[in-house]
Design a protein around this ligand. Structure first.
Ligand code: NAD
Length: 430
């Protein structure tokens, strides 16, 4: 019998040790898995497996000590069949072009699964914000926007915050774009400060969306959310706010970590105290908490595990030890395909990143609408629309997963791919 593409890929993965694959190779495998299940035309698969455009830039910045340093950055635009590209900009010392390409692809499918009229984009600048002054950070933000200015805009590509970038960075970038274009253009970027066209609820949106999908998953498993135990890797925008919202739902947050520390408290943390320590001191100063390793956090016996930091943390090496019943991927790409297989076999319900963390881009989409209308919604309106969009997306994904006897990740990719395919057909691309 002829070997299928997926089988061939799977055996290649095993030979080449999938764990060594980078996120760009992993997302291509995820596309192949969904395409196989859909019996998709190869031409469509080949279009989806590559970004439409990748921009590389370098730009000089005058540092505080008077020296000039040259920074490098990337912007990838994966697929704009449904609408302008949309996706964050991360500042991180280890950003690579392949990582940005992969992240832009996940953005296309994320928008697709929620049904947003947007494509996928992502950007990154190679820098370590923890070693930069505020002035240097501003110069890098402005320098990068100046370098990519001709390729972005409300109708082309709309960036947003990601790892180690925030509303202030978006504000500087929006100002640079507006100055170059001699107009007030808030719609060029989302996740902005409220004073210049940001949306209420955007800061909490990724975590809130993650919590909405967890609630749906718990309903699916017939388990109460109240008193569920939770471990969270990463205590930034996504992880910290997810901890706060889940604690408000009555969950017990038993473990959290950031890049420096992982801590465990079986009877639960006071999340407000954790937030205060994170801001003014250090997580490990929490009294009577046990210090654990990042690895131990991922394999704790909890109901819900939320990876909310970086990629490739749940791998073939630790997946079989994961005891959580639900993994809600607040981070992008935290689980490798090989780990996915192990988790599925062990009955762990994985809410895939393109669904679990889609709250951020959904409210970014709302922010863009508000910018276009120049009319702003209340936080309640934003949150209730977010809930409507994500509950609908979760239900569609879960229904398709049942119909095709597949997992939520594959079903989410399938829904997104079908929507993108329809748009490409309508435009005559295929
Ligand atoms: P952030 O910069 O606010 O926080 C990142 C957190 O991860 C920090 O607490 C940092 O200390 C921690 N961290 C970094 N390296 C770590 C490591 N090796 N081990 C443990 N913790 C580590 O970033 P964020 O916006 O919260 O993004 C986190 C993840 O969520 C990323 O994968 C990002 O792409 C994804 N995401 C974010 C948004 C958003 O709107 N912010 C939207 C969708 C997806």
């Amino acid at each position: 019998m002829a070997e299928t593409t997926v089988n061939r890929l799977n055996s290649d993965m095993k030979k080449n040790h999938i764990e060594n694959l980078n996120p760009y190779e992993i997302v291509q495998i995820q596309i192949e898995h969904a395409a196989e299940k859909l019996g998709l035309d190869r031409q469509v698969v080949e279009i989806l497996k590559k970004p439409q455009r990748v921009i590389y830039v370098s730009f000089p910045v005058k540092m505080d000590d008077g020296s000039i340093r040259v920074f490098e950055g990337f912007r990838a635009q994966h697929n704009t069949a449904i609408g302008p590209a949309k996706g964050g900009i991360r500042f991180h010392p280890e950003v690579t072009m392949d990582e940005v390409k992969a992240l832009s692809m996940w953005m296309t499918f994320k928008c697709g699964v929620v049904g947003l009229p947007l494509g996928g984009g992502k950007g990154g600048v190679v820098c370590d914000p923890t070693k930069l002054s505020k002035r240097e950070l501003e110069q890098i933000s402005r320098g990068f926007m100046e370098a990519i200015e001709e390729f972005v805009g409300p109708d082309k590509d709309i960036p947003a915050p990601d790892v180690y970038t925030n509303a202030q960075v978006m504000g500087w970038m929006m100002d640079t774009y507006s100055r170059i274009n001699k107009a007030f253009v808030p719609g060029v970027i989302t996740g902005k400060p409220l004073a210049i066209g940001g949306s209420l609820g955007r800061n909490e949106a990724t975590a809130r969306g993650c919590v909405i999908t967890i609630k749906e998953a718990m309903k699916q498993l017939n388990k109460p959310l109240e008193k569920a135990t939770v471990a969270i890797q990463g205590f930034g925008n996504a992880g910290r706010i997810a901890a706060r919202l889940l604690a408000q739902e009555g969950c017990t947050i038993v473990a959290v970590s950031d890049s420096k520390h992982a801590i465990f408290k079986p009877d639960g943390f006071d999340v407000a105290k954790l937030e205060e320590l994170k801001q003014h001191a250090s997580l490990d100063q929490y009294e009577r908490a046990e210090r654990i390793t990042q690895e131990e956090l991922l394999t704790l016996d909890v109901d819900i595990l939320i990876p909310a930091a970086l990629e490739n943390v749940i791998t073939s090496k630790n997946a079989s030890q994961v005891k959580a019943k639900i993994i809600a991927e607040a981070a992008n790409g935290p689980t490798t395909p090989e780990a996915d297989e192990i988790l599925n076999a062990n009955g762990v319900l994985v809410i895939p990143d393109i669904l679990a963390n889609a709250g951020g881009v959904t409210v970014s989409y709302f922010e863009g609408i508000q910018n276009m209308l120049n009319y702003y919604w209340t936080e309640e309106e934003v949150n209730s629309k977010l809930e409507e969009f994500l509950v609908r997306a979760y239900k569609q994904v879960s229904k398709l997963a049942k119909e095709y006897h597949t997992d939520l990740r594959n079903a989410a990719f399938m829904i997104a791919i079908l929507r993108i395919k329809e748009a490409m057909e309508a435009r005559g691309w295929i």
